[in-house]
Write a protein that binds this ligand. Structure first.
Ligand SMILES: Cc1ncc(COP(=O)(O)O)c(C=O)c1O
Length: 383
């Protein structure tokens, strides 16, 4: 066991130490107001996040999962409908589709970007297809121009799962603003994370945004008069106030994450563990995440692909370095989807990623010497 201090996959305590007073002031404000659900704090956050995401409307909801669910409800998704999405994501992406009785139709991902292979979408469209739900995994936007063009020509809705991608750009446009509806998660570990669950739907479509607003609170308009069947997908004011305090730091945290990614790249190349040359990079023990060049990657996660992943992970853990597997099981192989007749081998890239992927610490407070130690420890394992 290493005697050095451990490096966790994420160090929220380090972040909290830098913003302790602001967080407490935000909590006090809500406690003094005694208004705990929706209200002015939520409305202010909705405006701030919508503007930041180049959207006219923001609707605070109870989680990223509920942002996806309520968005699919807002487009009127019906049992038997189909939604085209990625087989390599957090469960909620496909779960939200299936919960409404619709079918997730998967298109395999690109192993280098981890995002849906946009060129494969058109072949999966049937008369039951209602929407495309691309995921901007790890903080990099999927190839939205191709996706939007396919969706436009087939009259499909586009809902972005931007739960990992707040502040990411695609050709000058922000994640969440590209499709009809964009979904964010404020799960504590996210780049903008609360002190519990919450999320947001953003949009530039007034009709859909209004529908999401209605659905979030039992379709009430006015109060106690339900126009449509919705649910309780409301956001808590305490989450909104805390998120507003943290939001002022989001840009600088994102830049630190990006600097950390650059630092990893430089050190992995120097260590001879990775290469960016086509042809030789596949022979290296570490394959680095590819930046598409379409816009800003916000590095919610720094996902490398490695040989001997599980053994390397155990070695890093023994040396006090936290890593994580996002995700060990592709969506089409989840036990709960057994009845949908997906087979092993249907989406080979997603299956390969589940074997090879490893997330390294990338949080903004990580120092260069900590990154050096991560790379050195990986080098010890391979060389
Ligand atoms: C890609 C993706 N989709 C959906 C979600 C669901 O968000 P939440 O955990 O806030 O419900 C998450 C976050 O965990 C996510 O990473």
């Amino acid at each position: 066991m290493s005697t050095e201090l451990s490096i966790p996959i994420l160090d929220l305590k380090a972040q909290y130490a830098t913003i302790h007073d602001e967080i407490h002031a935000a909590i006090d404000r809500v406690l003094e107001s005694q208004q705990f659900i929706l209200g002015p704090e939520v409305e202010a956050l909705e405006k701030e996040v919508a503007t930041y995401s180049q959207c006219q409307f923001g609707i605070g909801v109870s989680s990223g999962t509920d942002a996806l669910l309520v968005s699919l409800m807002a487009i009127g998704l019906q049992p038997g409908d189909e939604v085209i999405t990625s087989p390599y994501s957090f469960f909620a992406t496909a779960g939200a589709i299936a919960r409404l009785g619709a079918r997730p139709v998967f298109v395999d991902v690109d192993v280098d970007t981890l995002n849906i292979n946009a060129a494969g979408i058109e072949a999966k469209i049937t008369e039951r297809t209602r929407a495309v739900l691309p995921v901007h995994l790890a903080g990099q936007v999927a190839d939205m121009d191709v996706i939007l063009e396919i969706a436009r020509s087939h009259h499909l809705f586009v809902i972005e799962d931007a739960c990992q991608a707040i502040g990411a750009d695609y050709k000058g446009r922000r994640a969440g603003s590209l499709g009809h509806l964009g979904c964010f998660s404020f799960f504590p570990s996210k780049n903008l994370g609360g002190a519990g669950d919450s999320g947001m739907v953003v949009s530039n479509d007034a009709v859909l945004a209004d529908r999401v607003m209605l659905l979030r609170n039992h379709g009430h308009r006015p109060k106690y008069y339900s126009q449509i069947i919705g649910g309780n997908f409301r956001m808590d004011a305490l989450q909104a106030a805390i998120l507003r305090a943290k939001f002022t730091y989001l840009e600088s945290w994102t830049e630190h994450r990006r600097q950390n990614a650059d630092c990893y790249r430089r050190l992995f190349f120097q260590a001879g563990l990775a290469s960016d040359e086509a042809g030789s990079k596949e022979q290296m023990p570490v394959l680095l995440p590819k930046e598409t060049g379409w816009g800003r990657h916000i590095y919610h996660l720094f996902q490398v692909r490695v040989r001997d992943r599980d053994k390397l992970m155990a070695h890093l853990a023994q040396c006090g370095i936290g890593t994580e597997i996002y995700y060990p099981v592709p969506l089409h192989l989840q036990a709960c989807f057994k009845g949908m007749n997906f087979q092993k081998g249907d989406f080979p890239n997603a299956e390969r990623l589940a074997q090879e992927i490893l997330a390294l610490p990338i949080y903004p407070e990580l120092s260069e010497s900590q990154i050096e130690r991560v790379v050195r420890t990986i080098k010890e394992y391979y060389l």
